[in-house]
Design a protein around this ligand. Structure first.
Ligand SMILES: Cc1cc2nc3c(=O)[nH]c(=O)nc-3n(C[C@H](O)[C@H](O)[C@H](O)COP(=O)(O)O)c2cc1C
Length: 451
């Protein structure tokens, strides 16, 4: 039996993958856009819908970076509303552990799990940067090295809170006049480095007990945290070779925690471009890349590496001859995943531009993300299947470049081919997200009330 592919739908985000300027692009805020994408995903029998998180508007050279989409509504509110207009689709929200409190977030996620009858998921991110922290009471208080410690403790506490109500706590005995079985439902106490809390949790046990936990973060600490605590990883490893290496590395970490490889799913982000012929798909992919990297965007992306004002440069002209400024404060704020070795990277880019005769914009198109799967629906289905069967992933979080219709063609043309290959469901067989993902039901890990 071939491995079954996991598919999730990423609502287009606030980076240049999303082409808001295309005539076919709609609102990023109206509920109708969220409904369109979610219902398309559900029509395609996807596992879940996914929202990223950005809690501070990005800035470059002191102004809001508005070449990309700016601003988005609150994740949990959107997911709660989507719960009412979908029936099977999982609902995953990215929610950081650095600026939140476990009691509050555990309540919100348990509530989403109730409202959706067992479809809630939480993508745990750490987002430690002080720039984002300025929006919150404690500011950028948490040292980078402590953020995964806090994340691990946060998730432990959340699980304890979700488990604090026994499954049969509510009896509603009318004759007796007793609503709950025990006098003390939801009792908890936790005394740790990051959190020191005790009391009663206010949300009775939710259908999944533990909403599904995803993790996104690629450092060794991030991988270890995922191996110890997550049900799935949202990764960035898009090539077959990188995917296999990541898959092998992460799955090998599980045994240390008494877990088996199928208890942690690896789901990289992926993009796709379809065409009636491979040549047409390549042409569309080229057109989309040029939409994603406009002349102004090319300069701004180059500035992020060089850490210098390059506004005077010609987007079709040569790259700067001087090296990136690694000593100055960063000119680009609120972005994750900047380049670890700017000078080395800039030298490689310059050499590549010289070798291929590329100006700034063409070079940026060449070196920044390209589409993962390009071709006829047949070819894309084959490639995705191959990727999963070769253990480079367990599935994909698909990131369409258009809101809200960017998934329509995939669902109409690629999903039926995956179903024909016997690697993707034709109907939902379970009701909870854990069941869709092939995860076993969550079991309590803590004693009620344990400290
Ligand atoms: C695929 C992927 C998606 C991510 N999405 C978000 C996001 O939506 N919001 C956010 O604040 N951080 C996001 N992060 C950032 C992580 O939380 C983390 O802060 C960052 O990757 C640095 O951690 P690391 O050193 O472990 O990689 C994402 C990371 C990855 C790899």
């Amino acid at each position: 039996m071939p491995k079954q592919i996991i598919l999730a739908a990423h609502f287009p985000g606030v980076n240049n993958t999303t082409v808001w300027s295309d005539p076919a692009s709609g609102s990023h805020i109206d509920f109708a856009s969220f409904v369109h994408l979610a219902r398309t995903a559900e029509r395609g029998r996807f596992d879940f819908f996914f929202l990223a998180e950005g809690l501070r508007l990005r800035e470059q050279r002191g102004r809001i970076h508005d070449l990309d989409v700016v601003g988005r509504p609150d994740t949990l509110t959107v997911l709660a509303a989507l719960a009412a207009v979908t029936t099977h689709l999982g609902l995953a929200g990215t929610l950081n552990t650095t600026f939140r409190e476990p009691y509050e977030l555990a309540r919100q996620l348990a509530t989403l799990d109730h409202l959706s009858a067992g479809r809630a998921a939480w993508n745990v991110v750490t987002t430690s940067d002080a720039f984002t922290g300025e929006n919150f009471r404690r500011g950028g208080y948490l040292d980078r090295s402590l953020r995964y410690q806090r994340a691990a403790e946060f998730v432990r506490v959340a699980r304890r809170l979700w488990e604090s109500w026994p499954a049969d706590a509510i009896v509603g005995d009318r004759a007796d006049g007793r609503y709950v079985r025990e006098a003390d439902p939801g009792v908890f106490a936790h005394h740790g480095d990051q959190f020191d809390i005790a009391g009663h949790f206010t949300v009775p046990r939710s259908p999944q007990l533990h909403p599904v936990i995803l993790q996104a973060g690629d450092s060794p600490e991030g991988r270890e945290f995922a191996a110890s605590s997550a049900d799935a990883i949202f990764s960035r490893h898009g090539t077959l070779a990188e995917g296999r290496e990541f898959y092998r590395d992460v799955k090998a970490r599980l045994a240390r925690y008494g877990r088996t490889p199928d208890e942690l799913k690896i789901i990289p982000g992926a993009t796709f471009v379809l065409g009636d012929t491979d040549a047409e798909a390549q042409e569309r992919a080229h057109h989309i890349r040029r939409q994603q990297v406009s002349p102004q965007t090319a300069i701004l992306l180059l500035e992020q590496l060089w850490n210098r004002d390059l506004s005077g440069y010609d987007p079709d002209g040569p790259l700067p001859v001087e090296d990136p400024d690694v000593d100055a404060a960063t000119i680009s704020r609120g972005r994750a995943g900047m380049y670890p070795d700017p000078v080395g990277t800039a030298r490689r880019w310059r050499a590549l531009a010289r070798e291929k005769g590329l100006g700034i914009r063409d070079l940026v198109i060449e070196v920044t993300g390209r589409q993962s799967f390009v071709g006829t629906p047949q070819r894309v289905a084959e490639q995705m299947d191959h990727f999963v069967q070769s253990d480079a992933a367990d599935g994909f979080i698909l990131v369409p470049h258009l809101t809200p219709g960017g998934l329509d063609e995939f669902v109409d043309r690629v999903v039926p081919l995956l179903q024909e290959r016997g690697v993707f469901r034709t109907e939902y067989t379970g009701t909870t997200l854990r069941e869709h993902l092939g995860l076993r039901a969550a079991r309590p890990v803590t004693r009620v009330g344990a400290a």
